[in-house]
Write a protein that binds this ligand. Structure first.
Ligand code: NAD
Length: 307
């Protein structure tokens, strides 16, 4: 890789290593005052991609010193059984974070299950109370992928207040919480999606462009303002030249000469998602302590009040 590319590249692996080192240090401090942070991961069924995600999450937790509990349930698990397990984990004071790996089998109501998780243990930030809290600017657990994207932006650009950020995609997992976090960071935010008119023109106005679409190489140089910072959340598998590879929503080679900084795929946003799951587990453990004064509560994983 030449120097030109290196200087523009936002290295998600290196950033994630820094976040994990912070988490490891924090775990040590917690253990020193008698708190053993623990994360429960629940997987229903045998989806191969989900199995890999769960394995990676458990491994990262263990590397940071976070105790992990795996609950692997068969694909024909009844919704009532899953809800009973979640109730058990909610009631267990030694479990600080609960993650239900998505997608769930079709016979289970995903919304009902996510709503059953205690909001203080909701390390994915998907519970309606946390979603609402984020949009109100309250201090809540925040979805890991957008939290990781914000950290990448702040690490590489410093203060982003006043910038025009355009988010492509309005999903509950990435697009909407990303927009809320950018607003909290005092950006002017535009959200565009599959029904937006003038998509390309709107994207061309962005100082910061976050692409969370799921369409391989949708965005090329023609969509970008010169000097824009690009965060590519997309992970798309394509078969090219007889081999299978991962590409983002941004055409990296076309975009590179136009941008001031860009995340690669793979090695950009992906590693930060798991790193922020660890941060959220620690934030959850702190939020559950009876006397908040025992530890400083604030971290980047929580969202302070804004006006
Ligand atoms: P989603 O399918 O839930 O949402 C996609 C959004 O893109 C929708 O809001 C839709 O309106 C919009 N969209 C679709 N086609 C469009 C088009 N042609 N033009 C403009 N907007 C369009 O997907 P998601 O869960 O938000 O994930 C988006 C991408 O990010 C996927 O590739 C996913 O794999 C990836 N992802 C990566 C991570 C990570 O850790 N790196 C985490 C979550 C998701």
């Amino acid at each position: 890789m030449n120097r030109h590319i290196t200087s523009k590249l936002i290295d998600g692996k290196a950033a994630a290593a820094r976040v994990l080192a912070e988490a490891t240090l924090e775990v040590r401090k917690m253990k020193a005052i008698g708190i053993e942070p623990a994360l429960a991961v629940v997987l229903v069924g045998h989806d191969p991609a989900s199995q890999v995600y769960v394995r990676n999450k458990v491994l990262r937790a263990e590397e940071c010193g976070i105790r992990s509990l795996e609950h692997r349930l068969p694909a024909d698990t009844r919704e009532a059984e899953l809800l009973a397990l979640i109730a058990e984990l909610n009631a267990d004071a030694s479990v600080h974070g609960i993650l239900v790996q998505l997608p769930l089998p079709a016979h289970i109501d995903e919304h009902r299950v996510l709503q059953a998780v205690n909001p203080l243990k909701d390390v994915d930030g998907f519970h309606a109370e946390n979603v609402g809290g984020l949009s109100q600017g309250r201090e809540v657990l925040t979805p890991c992928t957008p939290a990781g994207c914000l950290r990448l932006l702040q690490d590489s650009c410093g203060d982003i207040s006043g910038k025009h950020a355009v988010v492509i995609g309005r999903s509950n997992i990435v697009g909407k919480p990303m927009a809320a976090l950018l607003l909290k960071a005092h950006c002017s935010v535009t959200v565009v999606h599959s029904k937006s008119a003038n998509l390309r023109e709107l994207c061309r106005q962005a100082d910061i462009l976050v692409a969370a679409v799921g369409r391989p190489r949708l965005v090329d140089a023609d969509w970008l303002k010169p000097g824009a910072v690009v965060i590519d959340v997309g992970i798309n598998r394509v078969d090219e030249d007889g081999r299978s590879r991962l590409v983002g929503d941004v055409d990296f080679d076309s975009a590179l000469p136009q941008v001031s900084a860009i995340t690669p795929v793979p090695g950009g946003v992906g590693p930060m998602t798991i790193a922020y799951l660890m941060k959220n587990t620690l934030a959850a453990a702190r939020l559950q302590q009876p006397a908040p004064s025992t530890l400083a509560l604030r971290t980047e994983a929580t969202c302070p009040s804004i006006s």
